[in-house]
Write a protein that binds this ligand. Structure first.
Ligand code: MN
Length: 255
């Protein structure tokens, strides 16, 4: 059997360190095809480009750069560049964690979502921001790529259910703890809008603030805060199944 093909993308741009470290690690497992955005697009979520044409630039062997989103990249990668389903789609390694409610903003997670929608086992990998960690204690992108390989090897024999992806988050500080399966956690931002005034006297805004995490045992952010690697299976069905009956009851009463 010929070596399997893996499709890689990210949302930090095609030449981001995290993606290149992941590519080098994955090369030990088969053919690695990179299809990634030509610029940083963190926060772009599951956006798809429908109002203008997309261009693909070949920047090296099996290395393609697209002027579009991670979702565009996975579509073009599978349906045009490969013309076949890869063994897996892997998005990352993102610079910064993608935890809790933030996964819906993440272009990295969305790249894996798109892989799952196209019927391919998919994984998003993120490395917690390391700014607060001394150089000697920092987990490198190479270390995180090693973790990604371990997770991929462990899960490859246990196919994920259809339309499911795994969201892997690696803590910033060494030594790395154990691999833990987690739930998607909850987060709110305190003081979410920063208002400033430009030199012409007009107000402008930054969305941001300090994230406040719910203290939630078993959640993704709790695992990463404790130094463990968080592995969360995510699905694309956003239906609140527990609430279907309640709404049905109200509608029935209306007759
Ligand atoms: Mn990013």
């Amino acid at each position: 059997m010929s070596a399997p093909t893996f499709l890689l993308t990210n949302d930090d741009g095609a030449h981001a360190k995290g993606l290149l470290a992941l590519r080098d690690a994955m090369a030990t497992r088969g053919r690695v095809v990179v299809v990634a955005p030509d610029r940083e697009l963190s926060g772009v979520g599951h956006g798809i480009t429908l109002n203008r044409p997309l261009r693909i630039r070949e920047d090296g062997p099996d290395f393609y750069v697209v002027d579009g989103t991670p979702t565009d990249c996975v579509n073009l990668g599978i349906l045009k560049i490969l013309g076949a389903l890869p063994k897996a789609v892997i998005a990352g390694i993102n610079r910064g964690a993608n935890l809790g409610d933030d996964v819906t903003y993440s272009g990295t997670v969305a790249g894996a979502m798109e892989g799952a929608l196209l019927g391919v086992p998919s994984m998003a990998v993120s490395l917690e921001s390391r700014g607060h960690v001394a150089d000697a204690d920092r987990v490198s992108f190479g270390d995180a790529a090693g973790v990604a390989l371990r997770v991929l090897d462990l899960l490859s024999d246990h196919a994920l259910p259809a339309r499911t992806l795994v969201n892997v988050n690696v803590p910033a500080r060494k030594p790395l703890g154990r691999l833990r399966v987690t739930r998607q956690g909850r987060r709110s931002y305190e003081g979410g809008i920063v208002e400033k005034v430009d030199p012409r006297g007009t107000a402008y805004y930054w969305i941001g603030g300090t994230p406040v995490w719910a203290d939630d045992d078993g959640a993704d952010q709790t695992a990463v805060a404790r130094g463990d690697v968080s592995i969360t299976p995510l699905m694309l069905d956003l239906t609140h199944h527990g609430h279907l009956a309640e709404i049905a009851r109200v509608l029935d009463r209306e007759g």
